[in-house]
Design a protein around this ligand. Structure first.
Ligand code: SF4
Length: 628
């Protein structure tokens, strides 16, 4: 018998009959080494054969051994007996296993394994590879990306570390130590990193040092989403979600907390002071009576008081620092983490603001802040408008974003905001009194009409309220109110006229209120649009807290998470093949542009070299030409 297949069978058969293999385990060694398919598809290259075919192979091998004695140099009779015994064992044990049995770890491969075969042709890691390869990392600002050949140990390519992080964040592996472990044992990562195994410090430093570049990478993916036509660019929803920081609630101090701590420490110090005095008196009594050694536990108490005093002075210094700043709280662990509340939830961490496009629930803009949602509507919607490159944009938000200043700024920038109006605490309604909405404004005559049909006219002077809004005040006439039958429902007990304040841009709020009358359907869509990414990130990816500290690093980490969400979503929407083909075309186009640029440079260099030479030749020719 000849040919590669036979050669493989002979080799395998010889291995199965080797003396080190036990009878029970021999059948499991019987494999046929086959070449992997063109695109791999499985990590291994050895395929187990069926029970029947294995038996046949053994019989065939027995015959072959008897015939040629090429595989083993056994005497004929011994060989016959052994061959029969082996075949019998093969049939017996291969058909009577209680469970499926894996391959032996001692199994040698006849062909060397290729890293390329570790992942299938449509494995998502290939999409990560295609995306990162299409990025211009030096343009995005990744450290070492434009490094040339230099002396010393070369660093890891930022492209490889970015691939590692993308893979990790998509697959819920975020810590640098876990990423280090996975890079050594995970076949997909071994494929992605070409068997590079960076240490956890290198991995952690990459995330810390490249926070700006990670933000830029996230932005570039949003632009890519736009190129792919996956964003509508007409309707977005804005919302915030709280994420735990790398700090505990106890590590964050507010003024009230510090004041309470100081008061508590004062009480403790006072109590210890009293016991110190009592101790001194007892010691003095003992000394005068000649009893004992005159030493009480005053030393212990003194040390404790000293400790408490030191603690108090630290708390006082913190309180003074807080009062000197315009901050309401500070953290000793993460300087930018804050105690934040939403509904019945209070966390020590950050508020992640996101703007989500309604077409495919993709995050177009996101930012990490450490305040509540209020005051972020305009900034977020404007950033989304710029990214989407549209003239007008409809932005949906919940009542937490209601801010007259934001609504005005949105209107000025061509953003049509839909935010449920904040109705206040409804105290007047609860008291059965007329609220502001019972007074109708007449823009033609610039007056308010009260429920009794009387007019409230503006004062000449304008006022600036506590929040900085410039307002006009509209007053009812005292004489009319005195005799009004609705007075009890309109005025406060000690008041004799009604005052309505009107913001100088109140017309913006009136248009907004009118818009909100018919925005029921849009507001129902709001939660469906914006809750999708947060729900997916928190529940599917299990991402509820940051691993790093400080705004910059936290923003970098969030960018990674947002990028991974968008990446997974785009892959689901487009499909693997279309995405990879698109990225390949992009890579090809950018390489073509680079080559064209290099060729142009060479052309210019050659021209600058050739021009003086040509002039020199021409002059020489002129000189050598006969005159006349
Ligand atoms: S009390 Fe004065 S402002 Fe109020 S409803 Fe009567 S007339 Fe109008």
């Amino acid at each position: 018998m000849s040919g590669p297949h036979d050669f493989a069978v002979r080799g395998i058969s010889a291995f199965a009959l080797a003396p080190h293999a036990s009878t029970a385990s021999r059948p499991t060694f019987v494999t046929i080494a086959s070449r992997p398919s063109v695109r791999g598809g499985t990590a291994g290259i050895n395929k187990s054969v069926s029970t029947k075919s294995r038996s046949e192979i053994f019989f065939a091998e027995g015959l072959d051994k008897r015939g040629s004695r090429g595989a083993f140099d056994l005497p004929d009779e011994t060989g016959q007996e052994l061959g029969f015994f082996e075949s019998w064992c093969t049939i017996l044990f291969m058909t009577n296993h209680a469970f499926k049995i894996g391959e032996s770890r001692e199994q040698a491969s006849l062909l060397p394994a290729r890293i390329e075969d570790y992942v299938g042709p449509d494995n998502p890691v290939r999409a990560i590879e295609s995306f990162v390869c299409a990025l211009d990392l030096s343009k995005l600002g990744f450290r070492h990306s434009d490094r040339g050949v230099e002396v010393g140990q070369p660093p890891y390519d930022p492209a490889d570390l970015l691939k590692l992080y993308l893979y990790g964040y998509i697959n819920q592996v975020r810590s640098s130590r876990r990423l280090e472990r996975e890079a050594c044992r995970n076949l997909e990562l071994i494929w992605l990193l070409k068997n590079l195994r960076p240490g956890y410090r290198t991995i952690a430093n990459f995330r810390k040092e490249n926070w700006q570049a990670l933000k830029a990478a996230n932005r570039s993916f949003v632009l890519l989403i736009g190129e792919l036509g996956l964003v509508g660019g007409t309707l977005v929803a804005v919302d915030g979600a709280l994420f735990h920081g790398n700090a505990s609630k106890e590590s964050i101090f507010t003024r009230r907390k510090l004041a309470e701590q100081i008061a508590k420490l004062d009480k403790e110090i006072e109590a210890y002071g009293q016991s110190l005095e009592a101790n001194d008196a007892a010691e003095a009594k003992q000394r005068s009576g000649g009893q004992g050694d005159g030493k009480g536990d005053g030393d212990d108490i003194g040390a404790k008081v000293e400790k408490l005093m030191a603690k108090r002075s630290r708390a006082k210094a913190d309180l003074d620092r807080l009062e000197a700043s315009d901050e309401g709280q500070f953290s000793k662990t993460d300087p930018d983490a804050r105690l934040l509340s939403k509904g019945d939830q209070t966390i020590a961490g950050y508020n992640v603001q996101s703007v989500v496009d309604d077409k495919n629930n993709l995050i177009v803009v996101s930012e990490v802040v450490n305040r509540s949602d209020a005051g972020h509507l305009h900034a977020m919607a404007k950033a989304a408008k710029e990214v989407l490159e549209v003239e007008t944009l409809q932005a949906l938000a919940d009542v937490g974003y209601y801010s007259s200043a934001d609504l005005k700024a949105c209107e000025d920038d061509g953003i049509i905001a839909y935010v449920p109006p904040f109705e206040g605490n409804g105290i007047l309604e609860k008291q059965g009194r007329f609220s502001r909405k019972d007074f109708i404004y007449d823009s033609a005559t610039d007056v308010y009409r009260c429920p009794a049909g009387e007019l409230l006219r503006p004062t000449k002077a304008r006022f600036t309220n506590t929040s900085g809004r410039v307002e006009s005040r509209y007053l009812s006439r005292k004489a009319i109110c005195d005799s009004c039958p609705l007075r009890a429902r309109c005025l406060a007990p000690k008041s004799n006229q009604r005052i309505i304040a009107r913001w100088e841009h109140e017309d913006v709020l009136e248009r907004h209120r009118a818009r909100m009358q018919s925005a029921g359907e849009l507001m129902r869509r709001r939660s469906a649009i914006v809750e999708h990414p947060f729900g997916t990130i928190k529940c599917r990816a299990g991402y509820r807290h940051f691993l790093v500290r400080g705004f910059n690093k936290v923003r970098g980490e969030w960018s990674l998470m947002a990028l991974c969400y968008n990446f997974t979503r785009v892959l689901n929407i487009l499909g693997f093949d279309r995405f990879v083909a698109f990225m390949a075309a992009k890579t090809h186009a950018s390489r073509k542009a680079v080559v064209a640029g290099v060729l142009k440079c060479i052309q210019l260099a050659l021209r600058s070299f050739w021009n003086p030479f040509r002039s020199h030749l021409a002059i020489n020719q002129l000189r050598s030409a006969p005159i006349g």
